[in-house]
Structures are given as structure tokens and as C-alpha cells.
Design a protein. Sequence first.
Length: 691
Amino acid sequence: MTTSQIAPEVAERVHEGLNPAQRAAASHGAGPLLIVAGAGTGKTNTLAHRVAYLIASGITPNRILLLTFTRRAAGEMKRRVDALLRRVATGDERLPETLSGAKVWGGTFHSVAARLLRVHGRDIGLEPNFTILDRADAEDLMHLCRTELALGKQGRRFPQKGTCLDIYSRCVNAQLPLEDILRTVFPWCKEDAEDLRRLFVEYTDTKESRQILDYDDLLLFWRGLLDSPAGDRVRERFDAVLIDEYQDTNALQADIVALLRPDGTGVTAVGDDAQAVYSFRAATIRNILEFPQRFEGTTVLTLEQNYRSTQPVLDATNAIIAASSQRYDKTLWTDRDGGARPALVTCRDEVEQTDYVIERILGHREEGLALKQQAVLFRAAHHSAALELELSRRNIPFYKYGGLKFVEMAHVKDLSSFLRLAENPLDSMAGLRVLQLIPGVGPRIAAALMDALRDANGDFDTWVSWRPPEISVKTWPDFVGLMRNLAHAPSTDVSAQLHAARIFYAPLAEQRYDNAAARLADLEQIEMLGSRFNDRARFLAEMTLDAPNWTGDFAQPPTLDEDFLILSTIHSAKGLEWDAVYVIHAADGNIPADLACGSAEEIEEERRLFYVACTRAKDHLYVLHPLRYYAAGRGFSDRYGYAQRTRFVPDTLRPLFAESQARPTSDEADAESGGIEATTTRIREGIKAMW
DNA sequence: CTCCGTGCTGTTTTT
DNA sequence: CAGCACGGAG
């Protein structure tokens, strides 16, 4: 790492406002650095300061690689670094040139991989027009391969396509042999090892021949590139590599970091082993625990001063995580005195929980807390269904993170598939999808047409002579014309291409969907969005790799400037904070999820997840658990269960909480019938409101 | 071959 | 109540 000496007064300006530990982290020298940063200790801020410090000390911004967990985090980081640099530049003549759009390489492992492979892929035999399969595409491809090999037709039932992909992905990301993964994670599929092996070979071959990459390939090929003779060309690009949320990286990602900076110089990893919640994606806290062994001469710095939460909230969250066997010991403290103990609220059922949460939210808003400063968190996306319904009914605007994503909706995928096919005519997943939109064209014909296209080296002219079924004789030439135009269009004009595709697609969508108008409106939004891009491949990649945040950009109720409540899965809430946080369905079965109680490790992860949820709160924390809950999915009708409060708040921790009932206990006697009556009344009101 | 109706099954978190 | 697999009609 080539850092020139940094002037003390410049350093002082960079570090303004940091505490001593943060300061040490931000201005650390070239040796490998691990920052163990507890929740709310200013991790993001410290990392931003470190980036600014590196730039101020002479490293060119585009020689810094900043790997974050989400695109949102990347954007936030960039904003802060820019602000810092602006502050530093004041009165300094040497710096302004580095300022204008400090182009730090940033993004998720996956999106950075896509960009690097676009440039260097040829060196390892990858054409730059490769396209990327999202999760659903990958599953569908797995399914096609399974049918191809006639698996699951021998009487025994074969694992589902999603399960197959999970197994495959787990092997790749954990870098472990199939047997190990089957034995430890998917024991009920042990019998299928041989067939799975065949399936995975077929899957891999198909992807290769079609020049399509799945999520895992992006990491795999990035590592392969670094491991190849061309690896130096990638290594030479970067002087510094910083990785956020290191506790949630997997073996493959750790390999990539090590290959980027083999001796560890210039590596900065930030993370908190107490917040590791992605082991289902093969993330392993061994990466953070063993970082010092992997990189000799590592400096470990710990951030323990919490700036986020009040003392009572921190007392509770510290106690929750104390029960865990975390390895990097740290005790968070704060000087934010005062504030109330977090609330532990018992509700009779989900209706009561919903009402309670909404009342509190509105109450806080009365006191001046905007909806945006409050969030409701839950374990699984569907846990918020009842709440969403009631919020809509009461016209309380909200926005939900996690769960179904905008770009995964059928019509959005349809539209982007036109561009994907134009970008890479071998992309059979995009091709099959687009072709089957045409009436009279099903899987068989579509497959034949894609084969023909491949034989013609991707020249769409080969489709001109094909005679479609009667119903589509008119549509077909338009379609072929569209594809030819898209293929020859300058790749820069993304929104024009989207427009052309939309015009063709609109009538098909109208036939296909009963709510076509709404869907077509979405597509206009996509088109607008396309105008922000000047590169089709980049557009398509971001579309699949950075999907979640796109929803935040526009796919919401038309209230973007207005105030709205945040609903989020706990996983999607990572790294965020709100003044008031409501953790709902915090009852055994949901937290921890009964599907995740197979082993002690899994339960520990659920505990950390609960910890992550609670540590999002600055001033007000509510943990709610309905006694009676609707066990979604276990058959319909009246499958209600009686839930224990979450085991992560055992009796010993109760003094740290203010316990209450959602309704006064005096109602107990008549509450049962009263509650039910209230429900039926509400249903009737709802029906009346419909006319 | 496509398309549509019927019946079975299965459930988390995300790049 | 889905989303998917399978069977039969056109």
C-alpha cells in the first residue's frame, strides 16, 4: 500500500468527532486490520472515515475496493465518504482533484464480481456478454436439467428444484463436498447423492454452454480469475480492500479476500460475531474468528461505545446476547442515560398485537416521532400480513423491506428478459420465458427455437422463416423484428430498448393478466429507471443483483416524500436503526423459528437474530408476543397454538423489561367472547366498506 | 403440443 | 391458499 505521509492537520479534520478507538481504526497503517464493532458503535462511520483517510493519504479512490452487504449500505458509505472528503478539502489545495466523484469501487461481492468479470472474464474464457440468473431462473434451470435427466421418475420422489439449488449452492459456498453437506444439512436427501451429482454436472454444463452465470458462479469465477495467470491484473487494481459485515461472509468470499491481498496488507475487515445471521447462506463466523490466523500480523481493534441506544435498551440487549457463546468478548456501554425499559408485551392474539402496535406507533407520532423513525421487525416476511392489512385499512402508509421483490414479479421479469436475450442470445432462460409469451408457443417449441438460435450463432434472422401457429402469425414478425433491433441497438440506449420491448409486450400482458393496467404502469417505471443507465449489461446485472433497493427507489405507494412506517424482516434490517422498534411475533415457534431449531448452532443463530432485531432500537423497544397465534401453513382453518414467550427472554431477564398486557387483565372474563365479537364486527364493517 | 382443470403438498431468512 | 405436477381435451 503506497500511502504518502498525511499532514497532521488533515488527519485531524478527517478524524473530527471520532472516539479514540474509532480513530485508531480509521488511521491504522498498512497491516491487516480487523475491527470488531458491536451493534451501534459507529461501525459504518468508522469505515467511512477510514476510506476518507486512505484517500487523504494519497491512495487513488478507484484503487480502493469497498465490499458491503447491500447496495443500500454501499450508497450510504459513499455519501458519507464524499461528505468527509468535502470537509477535509476545505482550505487544502492538494485534495480537490480526488474529490470530484471519488470513485471508490464499491458494492456487494456479487455485483463487484459481475463488473470485474465483465472486464477480465475473457482471460478465463468468459465472454463479456454473459447474463446472470436470479434465484428463480436458477431454480427453473435446475428443473429443466432434472427433467432432461428424467430424475424423480423412478418412483422415489426427488428433492424439489429449490432444494436441489440449495444443496448445490451450499456446497459451492461452503466449499465442502456433497456428502458432507448432505449429511449435515440435508440428511433426508442422502439417498439421492448420485442423482444429485449427475444433476449438478448437467446444470453446470448447461450454464457453461449458454454463457449464463448464477449467483454462485459470480463468486466462483471471481476466485478462479484471481487464481489464474490473469489474477495479477485484478490484484494490481487495488491497494486497499475493506469488507463490511465480515461475520456474514462465507468460505468462498474469504478466499477471494485472501487472493486479492495475499499478505493481508491493505485489508480491513469490519464485523460483529454477535450479529452473524446468514449461516443458511453458508456464511461462517470462522471467517471473523480466524481472521488473525489467516493474515499474519493482524491488528484487532474493538469498538465498544454504543452511540445508538439508551442505557435501559442496552442493558436488555447486552443480557440477551450474554447468554450466547460469542468469542470476541465485548461489553457495550453508552452514555445515553435515561429512557424507559424496553416493553415486553403479552397479547391475547394477533389482532391484539396489531392493534397494540398501531396504537403505540400513532402515539409516538403524536409525540413527534415520524413514522419513518419507527419500524416493525419480524422473523418471516409473512408475519406482517395481518399488520399490513390493518395499516392499509387505516390508511397508514408503510413500506416493507424483504419479502416479495419488485423485480421478481412476472411482468417485470418478462420485460427484462427481452433485453437479456438480446444481450446474450444463448441465454435460454430468458429466451424460453420470452418465447412462451407468444400464444401457441409452449416449452417444446420454445426449446426448439432456442436450439435453432444457438445453431445460427445467435442471429435472430434465423427465426424469420419459422412458421408460427395460426394464432400468432401476425405477432411473430413483430417479435423477430424487435429482437433484431434490440440485438443491433447501441447497448447504451437502455430506456429506448425497454420502451420498444414494452410496446411489443403490452398487448400480450393485457391478454395474460387481469390487472394488466397496474402491471403496465410498473413497466413504465422500469423504463424511466433504464434512463439512468448507459450500459445494457450493467443495467441487467444491477437489476438482478441489487434488486431489493430498487423497490425502495420507486415501487411504493406514491408517498415517497411523505412519511411512512417501515416494516422489515430482521435480516433486511441489518445495519439500520430507528427511534422506536417493535419486534412482533417474538414467541417460540416464530423466534426462534421452529424450522430453525434443529441444532444448538441454529438456535444460537436465532438468538443472534433476535439480538440484531432488538439492537436496532435507539429509544423505544417493544417486544411483543401473542399467546395465541395462527400457525400459518399447517393446514387452514382453526389451527391455533399457544405460544411461549421467546426463550431468549427467560425469567431471569424479565426485570430488564417493563411487562404489560396489551389489554387490561380486568377484561379477562368477558374478553374471550368480546374479542371474538370484535373480530366478527370488524369483518362485517370491512364487508360493508366494500360497497 | 398447448392449455386448462384438478388434486396434492408444503412451508424462513437473501446475494 | 398458494404453486406445482399431472391428465385429458382441443
